[in-house]
Design a protein around this ligand. Structure first.
Ligand code: UN1
Length: 496
């Protein structure tokens, strides 16, 4: 079988990795389908890419922000034209169904248009000086070379959340995509190049985290790291980056709860739960992995939910009738299987699913049944730890206060949702749920690009993507212009 061999993008050139080694990118719905060979890069490749980005920074930082924005705008238009092809490429390498990969490309388009608008804002602050004949302002400066480490579950949207604001602000980038889904990052960056991005402004280095990622995190010329992935890896990223005082943005795991109150529109809550739990095969950091049911509706909700979950069509995401695609790889199947075992051992009851699908057309991919567990208690591991697969835990509660307590009883704090018709309860939930995102009468997934995206506790380290990304990718400079023509000593000459 023949397949394309891809290289790293360094200083505008496509270069093979110094090691000469490659990693195969396989279709998770059919491992016989090899999408391509991608570089297995190490520190030498990262050095070259950072040097190219560092060189390009000297001129990129001087391009006016509105001009930089025009390149993003053109990239957004090109992405619209290429949406269908890029969605198909993405389903082939990542597995999620076509409707969702179209959504992933759309998210990058939205991000391009949103961030392009910032080219004519990028606001600073002017403020009065305490001294006469003196002008004071704060302006945003780029950081320099930034390193971006991105996951496989949103292989175009998440790179776009990081690349576009970083570029708009005048930084140059080295991006290391997840080894499971590099093609979508190539498609995105090629589109930026076609839109007029100068050589060296974005560089791609493909490879495994411990080889390529670590070198990027430790490189002294890299000023900041933006990482999306697991909390375990994020903790290492933060620790390693601290040695060279890098700014670090970490966006990590979730154990997101959907609360359903007795007064909820049950049909709506069911639709939301099904989409939140099994959309993207449960492989979103925002996925609904706990459903908290008030006792009055628990039995009916559970019955109807399980019936619908059991009927979901699992298969190759390129088949438009399929509702749930494969999991990304064998390791994720292993994790789903292991957590079902842990839940059962702790006393949960399996209502549907629970197993890898291995027969017939499933035999060549990594598929897992949509899985529902009942009788889950807040202290069980299945209620506290992220699975990142199509496995959802049902918990029951008596009062609103108890629901909030259970929702908050975990170490993560990304997304939350409550279904209720009681406006007072809805606002109390907005105030009390410990999470970066709260939905009222909508599922835990589906964030829009121009709102702040990120979470509290083990989900993040305080930064936000979307509205907030420019905060991360710029640093402030305070500027004082003294037009008094004499020495004015702050805090001394103007003191009483
Ligand atoms: C993720 O799960 O890693 O809010 C990102 C959502 C999507 C982004 C998810 N727009 O579900």
């Amino acid at each position: 079988m023949t397949y394309p061999a891809h290289h790293n993008l360094i200083g505008g050139q496509w270069l093979p990795p110094c090691s000469g080694k490659t990693i195969l990118n396989l279709n998770p719905a059919n491992h016989a389908d090899v999408i391509g060979a991608f570089p297995s890069s190490h520190a030498e490749d990262v050095d070259l890419a950072v040097a190219a980005a560092h060189h390009a920074f000297a001129s990129w930082r001087l391009v006016p922000a509105p001009r930089r924005a025009e390149i993003l705008l053109r990239a957004g238009v090109l992405l619209q034209q290429r949406k269908e092809q890029f969605a198909r490429d993405m389903t082939r390498e990542m597995g999620k169904v076509l409707a969702e990969t179209r959504g992933d490309v759309q998210e990058a388009i939205d991000e391009a248009f949103y961030v392009a608008g910032e080219g004519r804002r990028l606001f600073g602050v002017t403020t009065p000086s305490e001294l006469p004949n003196k002008f004071a302002m704060s302006i945003r400066m780029p950081l320099g070379v930034v390193g971006l480490i991105t996951p496989w579950n949103f292989p175009m949207a998440i790179p776009s959340w990081k690349l576009f604001p970083a570029l708009l602000a005048g930084n140059t980038c080295v991006i290391k995509p997840a080894i499971d889904t590099p093609l979508s990052t190539y498609n995105l960056v090629q589109t930026l190049v076609d839109a007029g991005l100068p050589p060296g402004v974005v560089n791609i280095v493909c490879g495994a985290g411990p080889a390529a990622g670590e070198a990027l995190i430790e490189h002294p010329l890299v000023r900041a790291i933006s990482f999306t992935g697991s909390s375990a890896v994020g903790s290492l990223v933060g620790q390693r980056a601290a040695a060279t005082f890098k700014a670090v943005s970490l966006e990590m795991g979730g154990k997101n709860a959907q609360i359903v109150m007795n007064d909820a529109n049950l049909d709506l809550a069911l639709d939301g739960a099904l989409w939140g739990a099994f959309g993207t095969t449960g492989q979103r950091c925002t996925a609904t992995s706990r459903i908290l049911l008030q006792k009055g509706i628990a039995a009916e909700f559970t019955f109807r939910f399980v019936k619908r979950a059991a009927k979901l069509k699992v298969g190759d995401g390129l088949d438009e009738s399929v509702e749930v695609g494969p999991q990304i790889n064998a390791a994720q199947i292993e994790t789903s299987t292991r957590y079902v075992g842990i839940a059962l051992a702790e006393g949960a009851e399996l209502l549907t699913g629970g197993h890898a699908l291995t027969n017939g057309s499933y035999a060549h991919g990594t598929f897992f049944e949509p899985t529902v567990l009942r009788g889950v208690k807040p202290e069980m591991r299945i209620a506290r730890e992220e699975v990142f697969g199509p496995v959802v835990a049902l918990l029951e509660f008596d009062s609103f206060e108890e629901a909030i307590e259970i929702a908050n009883s975990i170490d993560y704090g990304l997304s939350t949702s409550i279904y209720t018709k009681d406006v007072n309860r809805a606002f109390a939930a907005i105030r009390d749920l410990e999470a970066g995102i709260t939905y009222i009468n909508a599922p835990t997934i589906g964030a829009e690009v121009h709102l702040p995206f990120g979470g509290v506790k083990r989900t993040g380290n305080g930064h936000r993507e979307g509205l907030g990304a420019l905060e991360f990718f710029t640093t402030w400079k305070a500027v004082y212009v003294d037009y008094s023509d004499k020495l004015q000593r702050a805090q001394i000459d103007n003191a009483e």
